[in-house]
Design a protein around this ligand. Sequence first.
Ligand code: DNO
Length: 368
Amino acid sequence: MRMVFRWFGEGNDSVSLSEIKQIPGVEGIVWALHDIPAGEVWPLERIKEVKKQADEYGFHIEVVESVNIHESIKLGTKERDHFIANYIQTIKNLAAVGAKVICYNFMPVFDWVRTDLFGKLSDQSTALFYEKAKVENMDPIELVEKIATNPTYTMPGWEPERLDTLKELFATYQSITEKDLMDHLQYFLEKVIPVCEAHDIKLAIHPDDPPWPVFGLPRIVTTQKQLQEIMNLVDSPYNGITLCSGALGVREDNDIVAMIQQFQDRIPFAHIRNVELRENGDFIETSHRTEDGSIPIDQIIKAYHDIDFQGYVRPDHGRHIWNESCRPGYGLYDRALGIMYLWGLWDAYQQLNGKDESNVTNTFEFEK
Ligand code: DNO
């Protein structure tokens, strides 16, 4: 397990590299050039600047999250070849400085969706909150307008500067089925995966968050079955998964441990976080600790340990605690606590393994 930490860049993150340096066991940053619009080439010079900043702290920049996919590629329009060519150039530029994994998603129009970025937990901390009924009854255009007047509500893909294009995009997606979207993903992967193979850099698709259709838009990265389908589109280790326990885990029919076992050779990058599922279909993010939510983080770490996972891991969203003001989900404190919990579990499994390799790993469970 190689621990990395998401960093949004100089001037774009409340957390500094020197603070990240003090979290035990972090070897690299997960980064992106967030100001470059989807579809444009990431210039080598800009990439090198980030490398220089990371180098100063002894961090590597092997994991990139995300190089976003232009909508024309998801929609399968004729402009897509131009944007795929740009994507390929970005892959080459990233590989040239030693990047090893590119996380991306294939969600139409938006990245993740929540209804409240500061939902209250019982300990008075706040966290990202999803209210099912609210989303089901919401007109996304109204939401878009709400964001325009209240930018603190902004989520990725919902940036105020995109608002003008959103109405049109919604209309265009009306005729796109899940099958179309899967075909468009295949078209994209068939073009880019050979380049990834040649340059030794893996693509890792992030699941849809939440893993079901929202606002009538199609979603194709929601279940184990769909992940298998995506793996089959291009059967190469360079066509991989960002296995996100929180995104997938809010569906009770998703078994993350089974996914780790099934896709073990295709997971270059793991996101780990916990979520509390509520009976009415709402969910709120919690501390990483198993007992605090509905996702068996201890079993997940055990599954990674059992397969001798060599990929990158990052704690995912954290709560906002100790009065920290930060990007929603991306404060320093709770993610650092999360890391220590993940290391604690990992080290304990390591030790047990060392003591009695023959049978202990299969029977050991933390008491609840
Ligand atoms: C949320 C993240 C996602 C993720 C993208 C990957 O905080 O996990 O925004 O970066 O979906 O492309």
